[in-house]
Each structure stands twice: as structure tokens, then as C-alpha cells.
Design a protein around this ligand. Sequence first.
Ligand SMILES: *Cc1c(COP(=O)(O)O)cnc(C)c1O
Length: 363
Amino acid sequence: MYKNKYPKMVVDLKKLRQNVDRVLLKCQDQGIEVAGVIKGCSGLPECANQMALAGCKFIASSRLEQLKAARDFGVQADFMLIRVPMLSEAADVVQLTEISLNSDMKVLKALNHQAGRHDKKHKVILMMDLGDLREGFWDLGELLEAALAVENDLYNLELAGIGTNLGCYGAIAATPEKLNHLVECAEMIEERIGRELEFISGGATTSYPRVLEHNMPRRINLLRIGEGIILAKDLQDLWGYDMSDMNRNVFTLEAEVIEARQKPSYPQGEIMFDAFGNKPEYEDRGVRKRALLALGKVDYAYPELLLPRDKSIKILGASSDHTILDVEDCEHDYKVGDIVEFDLCYATIVYATNSPNVDIVYI
Ligand SMILES: *Cc1c(COP(=O)(O)O)cnc(C)c1O
């Protein structure tokens, strides 16, 4: 491909590294290890590498493909699968990762079987659903039974601990009470198996507020953090924490202007359905200057979530491969060939790093 290719995602690895270092410092200060979660940037191996070099205990993803890519890239780390495994991928899980999160006895047995076949010892963390209603054991008795089975019968598995996930589906807060309940469950297991568990994993970025507020239950010793490292935006914008020591511009999306001219703001003719089957509404603001960009919904999915660095740009909409901007109020006189920069959010980073049309460039 030609050299100056757009659309382009510029990834600032130094800023990313500073973010990892800061999160690690805060967590390790409180006796908490961090699994660096790479799925938020589609597992970019260069990003995984920064997390590993900084000292993340594990490199984690929901996708085996991303962990394999990081491994093949040469990232030196222990790898963790954080989406409970498919039964059909058990053999790959034990070969590509050191540890996985689990919530099903049938899958655990398959992992045990495959670990034996491949002469591996595979670590597992059993997930407990504390009310967010995504993955995890719901019944405490069932969790205890699974823990005992792993400990006593599944010889090729090592019961490394228990964990939970909060805030992803049910948007349930990781309060000290919820996490204390997780610790109680862990201690019940410990009593039955007669030893301490290595990990009690208290969640994702949504549990990081407990670190910031210094009220994490003492025995929680592992968090799995993605968004809070690569973006650090949600805790600031949605939760109101001061994240000003974090770089919230690790990722920049750049796109090229392919048309710039005055046009009416209200479409002319009978309004039917747009490219995605919606019947849109338009506000007539008279003739205004617009700019057309060569990137579209297939690259980021949600036009309303793109954040132009030039704050006087307004995003009017998008189709699969075009983004339409109102640039009437801009100081800069936008012309064909100009490059427009965007800040991103979690969703738009995931999509843009996953788009084969977007060139990834590291600085
Ligand atoms: C995605 C995910 C994480 C990381 O979430 P962030 O919000 O990016 O920190 C941690 N644990 C599990 C189980 C996940 O699915």
C-alpha cells in the first residue's frame, strides 16, 4: 500500500505506556496485580507489548485470535482468556493461554482433558455472577461444587481463584459490599480445600474506582483492566473521577476530506429511507458549508460518537463509507485533501482498530 494512507489510526505508544505505568503503580501500591486487557483495541500486539513490558501480570483478551497474535508477535507474558471459553475451543485455550475465566463444568472437564493431552497444567478462575447477569455461577452451592471438582478431580487444571465481572451488561456497580461478598465466597472455598487461593479477581475498569477511593476489600488482588488504561475516559466523563493524570488521547483517528462545498442543509425531494433503513429527520439551516470524509460507519459504527478535535466541526451523519461534516462555523477553511482528526471512545476504538480499511500507525 502507498505510504500516506487514510483513514489512519495513530497510536501513541509512549502515552499508552505512561497510562499502563500509572494504573500499575496505583494498583500494586494496594497489593493488586493487573491483567492488561487488549480487546478494546482489537488486540493490537504493539499495545499488548507495552502492557507486558510495563509489568502487567497477564495479557488478557476475550478472543483467542488476539492472544495468539500477541504471542506470535513475541509479547513475553502469561496470557489470559477472559471470555468464558467455547466448548469447541478447549484445545486452543490450553495451548494458547496460561489461565482462563470459567463458569461451566462441562467446559472445565474439556479443558482438563485437553490440558492432559497437551501435557499442560492450565489455571482457571471460576466466575461468580454477583448480579450483573452476564457470565458466572449464580448458585453458591454450584460454585463450591465446581471448585472442589477442579481441586480434587481435574488433575490437569489448577484452581487459581475466583472472580467476578460487574458493569458490563447489567451496569451494576462494583461496591465494596459486592466485592466483600466475593471475598466471602473465596474464603468458603479456601476452607473446603484447605489452602489459600492465588487470585481473587474483583473485576474490570468498573472496579478501579475502589482503588482510586482506597476502599478495595483487602483480599481482592487482581483486576482486569482495558478501558481504564487505553482510554481512561469513562471514569472521567461518566463517573466523575479526576483522571487528569492519564493520557486520554492515545488513539487519534485521521480521515481525508474528499469534497468541500456549500450545500442546502435540507435534502431536496421526497424523503424515504437512508442506507441503513432509517427514516431520518433533517433540520433546515439554510445553505451551509459541508465537508465529506473518506471513512464511514463500517470503520467506526457510530458517527455520533466521533469527537472532532476541531470543536467547531459538527458531524451531520454518515453512510457506510462517507462521513458528512458541517464546517460552516470553522475557523479553518476546509479543502479537499485536508486531514481531520478525531478523538475516540471505547466503541469507536474497537471498530476502527478492527476495520481493514483503517491503517494503523505507531508513534
Ligand atoms: C472486557 C472485560 C474486561 C476488561 O474490561 P474494561 O472495561 O476494558 O476494563 C475484564 N474482564 C472481563 C471478563 C471482560 O469481559
